[in-house]
Write a protein of this length. Sequence first.
Length: 56
Amino acid sequence: MRVTTTKSKSDESFYINYAFINEKGKSTSRIYKKLGKLLITKLIANTVFKLNCTHN
């Protein structure tokens, strides 16, 4: 398994992919799970950071 990214003009998405050999004997990969978008991840991290700063 590996983490891959896809980029658009305004954002970046993160996925966990896995590789396997299909029934025809060819190597291929599929998305196992979408982890999220960079913008959302940054917003969540900033919110958690701000909450921790106000409680200290």
